[in-house]
Design a protein around this ligand. Structure first.
Ligand SMILES: [Zn+2]
Length: 251
């Protein structure tokens, strides 16, 4: 390319040409899954000009895609489609109140959302619906299924590096949903694991934690006070205890 010094029209056309290339990149359709983004057309990045050079930056939708990828990996994606606020039926007053509480929580997630109750109490449905909304609004979210993830972590006691690699996201991700917390018989190793994750999240006020459990808060407190009191304190405004049937209470 021949450059003519001091020829404004040429300079302008160079800039125009670069802009044309940027526009062409930004017009391309990408093939990323998980979200339909009008900004990057599912490429995941946006091109722009800086000091005459073409650069790219990550599109905002990548946070959501990453959250969805992790959710998919953990097997929650089917439930996310099934368990929405729209599909949560509310024939009874307590269900309407439970739903209202969950909806209030998403408008400004403050503290932790904890739902306890037996199988069929709808606690998982509501917690999953909250996760779905948070993911859609771009909150990085991880799903921890206690029944499968806790044994996996406990099995890594002799592999510190792998243990840290696996547990750190649970401790630090902006939003963590622990499903079926402390399910089954609880050992000391379970308590240590629960404390390690929850204490870190307790100490960072910005983190959102959602917990569903068949064990009531009273039971959790009697199993371990340090774990129970942290959950109780953080979930003060959003503790939903469903005892089954018409027997329920909201805190
Ligand atoms: Zn995008």
């Amino acid at each position: 390319m021949t450059r003519i010094n001091g020829a404004p029209s040429t300079l302008q056309s160079l800039a125009e040409r670069e802009q044309y290339r940027v526009d062409a990149i930004n017009d391309m359709e990408g093939d990323l899954k998980g979200d339909d983004c009008p900004l990057c057309k599912n490429r995941g990045y946006i091109a722009y000009l800086e000091d005459g050079a073409i650069r790219t930056r990550k599109c905002g939708c990548m946070v959501k895609r990453e959250a969805l990828r992790l959710i998919e990996q953990s097997g929650l994606s089917d439930s996310l489609e099934r368990c929405t606020f729209e599909s949560y039926s509310t024939p009874k007053e307590w269900q309407r109140q439970a739903k209202a509480l969950a909806e209030k929580f998403i408008t400004s997630p403050d503290g932790w959302f904890v739902a306890t109750g037996g199988v069929g109490s709808g606690k998982t449905h509501l917690c999953t619906a909250i996760c779905g909304r948070l993911i859609n609004s771009g909150v990085p979210t991880r799903y921890m299924q206690w029944r499968t993830d806790a044994p996996r972590l406990k099995g890594l006691v002799n592999d510190r590096e792998e243990y840290e690699r696996m547990i750190n996201p649970f401790k630090r991700i902006r939003c963590l949903y622990i499903d079926d917390f402390l399910k089954g018989a609880v050992t000391e190793a379970d308590i240590n694991l629960a404390f390690e994750i929850l204490n870190e999240r307790y100490n960072n006020i910005k983190l959102i934690t959602i917990i569903s459990s068949e064990k009531s808060i009273t039971e959790i407190l009697s199993i371990d006070e340090a774990v129970g009191s942290r959950i109780y304190e953080r979930s003060k405004n959003y503790l939903l205890e469903i005892a089954g049937g018409n027997n329920w209470r909201l805190k």
